[in-house]
Design a protein around this ligand. Structure first.
Ligand code: CP
Ligand code: NVA
Length: 307
């Protein structure tokens, strides 16, 4: 995994197909204990301007298990919350930290940070992408089927950050991806084009407004909240538009009989997914959450050149 040493992960598209498969293999070895890399005394900064449970805790535990340390630098406890410019913050944190994971709104903010800092910058969620989530999702899919070949992933819901990185990640991994959204909530066309390019004809990238067509015979059904962080004011008005995209038992019955159900969490039961499907034997949601730890540990070890 030498090629990832010192690199940023701002977008899923920053990885090659080979690097993505390599990270998933390393994550599996970290999970089963066959590899135990160390990043002794390295310090990870978490610069988060949005709430987080999984990303914050999984990054922190991953870094501690690698022998490194973590500083939680959310906007409220730093001068970032009082408006210190990103370029200034980046040049200062660059002098203290070994690596930084940033959760914010605009993708341009993490790009600016990366431009002004020489340390590796990881996207821990922006309005455009959530690449770390997709590392865990693909690891979970691979565990469920023993391979990533000849599989179809179907995403129902809002065509934003998680859907974008999922499209790019599936394209790189050679997994067919179908994204079904209501009218007006389709993925960013630039990201769709990028995903088609990255797939290199290995796998399909299908964007539709028809949820049933999207899930037919699929191996994994995936959803996310209908109103993301920062869009809370639209939550009520979106419900009727998104209702046909709910993952429920009737939707699951249209998929492959071995299909797994994924959700990045946090979930709104009764909206994008029903309680019974979340708790069903086909749900891999809790394994998926666990895999955030293993996947990000692999990412940290590869970037910090410990594996
Ligand atoms: N899935 C995810 O990123 O969860 P958090 O918002 O809790 O980090
Ligand atoms: N789309 C969601 C993902 C949360 C992990 C959001 O941006 O709030």
């Amino acid at each position: 995994m030498d090629s990832l040493k010192g690199r940023n992960l701002l977008s899923m598209a920053d990885l090659t197909s080979t690097e993505l498969h390599g990270l998933l293999a390393l994550a599996a070895q970290l999970k089963d204990g066959t590899k135990r890399p160390k990043c002794l005394n390295k310090v990870l900064g978490l610069v988060f301007s949005k709430a987080s449970t999984r990303t914050r805790v999984s990054f922190s535990v991953a870094m501690y298990q690698l022998g490194g340390q973590v500083l939680d630098l959310n906007a409220g406890v730093t001068q970032i919350g009082r408006g210190e410019p990103t370029a200034d913050t980046a040049r200062v944190l660059d002098r203290y930290l070994d690596i930084v994971a940033i959760r914010t709104f605009a993708q341009s903010e993490i790009e600016e940070f990366a431009e002004y800092a020489s340390i590796p910058v990881i996207n821990a969620l922006t309005d455009l992408e959530h690449p770390c989530q997709i590392l865990a999702d693909l690891l979970t899919l691979k565990e469920a089927f023993g391979t990533l070949e000849n599989l179809t992933m179907s995403y129902l819901g809002d065509g934003n950050n998680v859907a974008h990185s999922l499209m790019l990640g599936c394209a790189l991994a050679g997994v067919h991806i179908r994204v079904a959204t209501p009218d007006g909530y389709a993925p960013n066309p630039t990201v769709v084009k990028q995903a088609i390019e990255l797939s290199q004809g290995r796998s399909e990238v299908i964007i539709t407004t028809d949820p049933k067509a999207a899930v037919e015979a699929s191996h994994a059904l995936y959803t996310d909240v209908w109103a993301s962080m920062g869009e809370e004011a639209e939550a009520e008005s979106r419900i009727p538009k998104f209702q046909p995209y709910q993952i429920n038992q009737a939707m699951l019955d249209l998929a492959n009989e071995q299909a797994i159900v994924l959700h990045c969490l946090p979930a709104h039961r009764g909206e994008e997914i029903t309680h019974d499907v979340m708790e069903s034997s086909q749900s891999r949601i809790w394994d998926q959450a666990e895999n955030r730890l293993h996947a990000q540990k692999a990412l940290l070890a590869a970037i910090l050149s410990a594996a």
